[in-house]
Design a protein. Structure first.
Lengths: 105, 457
């Protein structure tokens, strides 16, 4: 499950991808992975995913919901939504400046 | 890297995460691995994750060393320690690494044995612990020297477990799997190799596994399904049939055991000719399956007990009789050969009350006044000539002390039972199993994954 932008995967912050994936509703681990591949082309591996999930949970940006069988869905918290919005503003600024500079280059 | 190898490595790496992390995340991470096609990147990402989690202060033990010493003094001590320890460590570390590699799947001291199975020649035995799916282990034993069983290897995956009659293949609960069995090649018994994971055709939790007498078919029972696999080539198992095996309703007023029913020994058994399969189905009835054509297997009959859950089953050597022992301590014999429905030909109730326990009192005098039946464990088997039936009841009353009570009857041609004899043996174990031939009792320990063998007189 490797996308055409896989080479760029190292530049994509797993936390940002996970928060984006959870922005439209709770998902369990494998659903997050497939969603990220679908919207970003980044094939995130389980080790990376769970490393980031445990960090996000500790920071209070996501929270686990009740597990069904072995699958535990996660949802984004209000703090996580704020962080995501902040990250997106920062990225928009980077995109705007990058566009200006590449246009004048 | 082959996907099967990557998958195996990935699951092994999950086992290397810190214990606290595993308790929280391992089950769901393994669930992701079940669905993910693993490759080298998967293994690397998990190895990186395991390493960084070990370095994470939240998951490693924090110890403040020598807080009263200055930084320079600590540095001096550290350099001295490196010189003193470093050189021997270069020699010792590779040996430790080898030990760790070989003993990674040691059963923990808290693990109780949940399943025991024997090869037909009774040279190889497998025991499996009933711990959580990411910690449970199976142990392969050389029991040719019965007094001193030798542990050959320990590998991942726990109870239930079965071993093929030729002792070449072990089926155990798959590491991390809920209703997944794993097949292991144990032809090199010190170096078991996982061949395949069987997950299709099952749901719920696994409770039973049995190889057919010719070793070609593996029956795997979960709480809701019974699956038959062609394991002639255990590296390429083929699902032949998946059947609904939902527990049948209990009769009114039945006092079922307050433990997961069906979790026991020999609750899924093939007839000696491999044409019938009997399963307890977690109920007060035994299901009989016609598996002469495994791909067209069907339930042909159910036989009822005395309103009580069945705990263990055994076919007679000729396959014409099926004996079952129930949680409330009744033994029943059914005639299952010939035309017509299986018929009950013998019933002996009240074994539990006769099963003595340390202190020598009767069941009614025990601390639970005879209501401790749920804690008892059972095994049943016929002698090779079919003329005697043996039932072992392990009845713990004052933990961890327990007593095995062995009941033996003469079996008439009709299946009727007569001439009861009883012997007792004090044990500290809880899970008795009868080896084929009903001469050797294997008692699974409550702790440490040990098994103790003894021979009936």
């Amino acid at each position: 499950m490797h996308g055409k932008f896989d080479g760029l995967g190292r530049f994509a912050d797993p936390s940002l991808l996970i928060l984006t994936s959870l922005a439209d509703g709770p998902k369990h681990g494998y659903a997050i992975m497939t969603d990220i591949t679908a919207f970003s082309g980044v094939g995130m591996e389980p080790g990376t995913l769970y490393g980031a999930l445990s960090r996000l949970e500790r920071r209070g940006w996501i929270r686990p919901l009740a597990a069904g069988e072995r699958r535990r869905p996660y949802e984004i918290t209000a703090a996580g939504q704020e962080v995501l919005a902040e990250q997106l503003r920062s990225m928009q600024q980077i995109v705007r400046i990058a566009r200006q500079r590449t246009a004048t280059a | 890297m082959k996907p099967a190898l990557a998958d195996r490595l990935s699951r092994a790496v999950v086992g290397c995460y810190p214990r606290r992390w595993k308790q929280r995340y391992a089950a769901e991470l393994l669930d992701v691995l079940d669905q993910h096609r693993a490759g080298p990147r998967t293994v690397l990402s998990l190895a990186g994750g395991a390493l960084s989690t070990h370095l994470d202060p939240d998951y490693r033990m924090q110890v403040r060393l020598m807080p009263h010493l200055s930084r320079d003094a600590k540095l001096g001590i550290a350099i001295f320690a490196v010189i003193i320890v470093g050189l021997p460590a270069l020699v010792i570390l590779p040996m430790i690494a080898k030990d760790i590699r070989e003993s990674r799947w040691e059963p923990s001291s808290a693990d109780s044995v949940g399943a025991i199975a024997f090869s037909r020649d009774q040279r190889i035995m497998v025991s499996a612990t009933s711990g959580p799916p990411w910690e449970a282990t199976s142990t392969l034993w050389d029991i040719t020297g019965q007094a001193r069983p030798r542990r050959l290897s320990v590998f991942e995956g726990g109870s239930p477990a079965a071993i093929s009659p030729d002792g070449a293949t072990v089926a155990a609960n798959a590491f991390g799997g809920r209703a997944q069995a794993a097949l292991w090649d144990v032809t090199r018994p010190r170096h078991p190799v996982r061949l395949a994971v069987l997950s299709a055709g099952l749901s719920g939790a696994l409770w039973g596994e049995a190889f057919s007498p010719d070793g070609q078919i593996l029956a795997v029972a979960s709480t809701t399904r019974l699956a038959l696999w062609d394991v002639a080539d255990p590296a390429r198992p083929r699902l032949l049939r998946s059947l609904a095996a939902a527990p049948l309703p209990s009769p009114p007023g039945n006092q079922g055991p307050p433990v997961p029913v069906g979790v026991g020994q020999n609750d899924l058994v093939f007839s000696p000719d491999g044409r019938l399969l009997a399963s307890v189905s977690g109920s007060d009835q035994v299901s009989l399956w016609d598996v002469a054509r495994p791909d067209r297997a069907t339930r042909i009959a159910t036989v009822a007990g005395p309103g009580d859950y069945f705990a263990a089953l055994a076919f007679s050597p000729r396959g014409n009789l099926l004996a079952g022992v129930t949680y409330h301590g009744s033994v029943l014999v059914f005639r299952v050969a010939g035309p017509g429905r299986p018929a009950r030909v013998a019933e002996r109730p009240g074994l539990l009350a006769s099963a003595r326990f340390p202190g020598g009192g009767s069941a009614q005098a025990g601390p639970c006044g005879g209501a401790c039946n749920f804690a008892a464990a059972y095994a049943v088997g016929f002698t090779p000539d079919g003329r005697a039936l043996t039932v072992v009841i392990d009845r713990p009353e004052t933990y961890p002390a327990a007593r095995d009570t062995v009941f033996t009857w003469q079996v008439a041609g009709s299946g009727d039972l007569s001439g009861l004899s009883t012997i007792f043996r004090d044990v500290n174990d809880a899970q008795p199993t009868l080896a084929p031939g009903a001469r050797i009792v294997a008692d699974g320990a409550l702790t440490g994954g040990e098994v103790h063998l003894w021979t009936l007189p």
